[in-house]
Design a protein around this ligand. Structure first.
Ligand SMILES: NC(=O)C1=CN([C@@H]2O[C@H](COP(=O)(O)OP(=O)(O)OC[C@H]3O[C@@H](n4cnc5c(N)ncnc54)[C@H](OP(=O)(O)O)[C@@H]3O)[C@@H](O)[C@H]2O)C=CC1
Ligand SMILES: O=C1OC[C@@H](O)[C@H](O)[C@H]1O
Length: 392
């Protein structure tokens, strides 16, 4: 039997830079056969009406005249008529914005990192469940076809993962960047670990814990950091984190992860930021080494489209005497690909509505594990923020 079509009505809390990618992406035209479509119905901004109008124009937002514009995010959360609110303010604001949204029984997609620390997200997870709504961290990389293929199809076949290198750096911080930019302002959560490390740690976590056997724990055993030179307040830049996986109740290491990140070094990327993110030929950024195969993911690992697999062992030796190499293409179907996560939460919101049970947090365990690694790494590498930004 054909399923009903769903149109999900979105509200956006802020006209941030990333909202200029996410909103146009979810609003792209869909095939008639697709079940889910999205509509932007409300926006709140601290800026002027004129700025909002030119923003809608710049990002070619369809039907901009019918979007309700709020100049108070509190009012939008209280009175707006929408299905999901997309929160894309700087990370220290996520906690209070999501908290308020959940109090109003709103379904929420919140940008990465979900919060400044694990205790804050624990609180939000608990509240979302109590309020019967859906909450999700916008860790869009997890929902792309290549990542899903890795986790669902390859991971169960490549044997035991023993070592992971996960690198995500690109030089978004240039010497002339204003110190008030969110990348350099500690009050706005500046620092490479929270901003970029969250992706590299997500890849490491998918590789180490993506099969979720529930018998192991993974902890940070080393973390060190170098700050951006010449910027006040020690903004972390070149970060290295080592993860150690071990069976629960045992200190015998079964796998290791080496995670690197930077806002000034090019890492494995190629020239100029946006070209880099779309580079077709670039160096591996993530490498997963398992007993039967190793898998390489090229830069940008936040938007993978191809997996390079080198199989090991007699069973993979071909007639040429060489072990099988495979290149697996799983391209993004349209646009930037940040819309996949929107379909995931929209689907869940509709299911939740008919089930009317306790709330659901999509990817809760994964988000909490990664936030836990960030907390542990920050402690070891002495990366601190004002207590007010971290309060629960
Ligand atoms: N998924 C991804 O690929 C990406 C995710 N991000 C994440 O998105 C978040 C935002 O990043 P980015 O887009 O670069 O940020 P920007 O600095 O571009 O925008 C942040 C916006 O937040 C709003 N804002 C600021 N202060 C307040 C306040 N006190 N109350 C309410 N709203 C406020 C403003 O919107 P307005 O003027 O409309 O009020 C501002 O433009 C970060 O957490 C970041 O990690 C960022 C880039 C990429
Ligand atoms: O999420 C992100 O994606 C890529 C970069 O633009 C940025 O540092 C980060 O916030």
């Amino acid at each position: 039997m054909a399923q009903d079509k769903i149109t999900c009505r979105w509200a956006a809390l802020s006209l941030s830079s990333i909202a200029g990618v996410f909103l146009p992406d979810i609003l792209l035209p869909r095939e008639a056969s697709e079940r889910i479509s999205h509509e932007l119905v409300a926006v709140s901004t601290t800026g002027s009406k004129e700025r909002a109008a030119s923003w809608f124009n710049e990002y070619k937002i369809p039907n901009a005249d019918s979007i309700t514009l709020y100049q108070s995010w509190e009012e939008m959360l209280e009175k707006g008529e929408f299905d999901i609110v997309y929160i894309s303010t700087p990370h220290p604001l996520h906690y209070q914005h999501v908290l308020r949204a959940l109090h109003h029984k709103r379904n929420v997609l919140v940008e990465k990192p979900a919060t400044m620390n694990r205790p804050q997200y624990e609180k939000l997870v608990e509240l979302a469940v109590q309020q019967g709504v859906v909450l999700m961290e916008a860790m869009w990389t997890r929902y792309l076809p290549a990542t899903r293929y890795f986790q669902e199809e390859l991971l169960p076949k490549i044997g035991e993962v023993k070592r992971v290198y996960a690198e995500f750096s690109f030089p978004i911080v240039s010497p002339d960047l204003s110190h008030s930019s969110r990348f350099l302002d500690k009050q706005a959560g500046a620092g490479s670990l929270l901003d970029q490390g969250v992706y590299a740690l997500t890849w490491a976590d998918i590789a180490l814990n993506g099969l979720d056997e529930g018998t192991s724990t993974t902890d940070v055993v080393h973390a060190s950091s170098m700050s951006v030179p010449g910027v006040p307040n020690e903004v972390d830049d070149i970060d290295t984190v080592v993860l150690s996986k071990h069976a629960k109740g045992s200190d015998r290491q079964t796998a290791v992860g080496i995670i690197t990140t930077s806002m000034t070094l090019p890492g494995s990327s190629k020239p100029s930021f946006y070209q880099r993110l779309q580079a077709k030929r670039s160096a591996p950024a993530v490498r997963i080494e398992a007993t039967k195969a190793s898998v390489a993911v090229s830069f940008p690992p936040i938007r993978p489209e191809q997996l390079h697999v080198q199989w090991y062992g007699d069973e993979f030796v071909g007639s040429d005497g060489i072990e099988k190499e495979e290149v697996i293409d799983r391209p993004v179907e349209r646009g930037w690909g940040i819309w996949y996560q929107a379909d995931v939460i929209a689907q869940k919101v509709m299911e939740q509505r008919s089930a009317q049970g306790p709330g659901v947090v999509i990817g809760a365990e994964e988000s909490l594990r990664v936030l836990g690694y960030l907390d542990q790494a920050r402690k070891l590498s002495h990366i601190t923020y004002d207590d007010a930004l971290e309060a629960v």
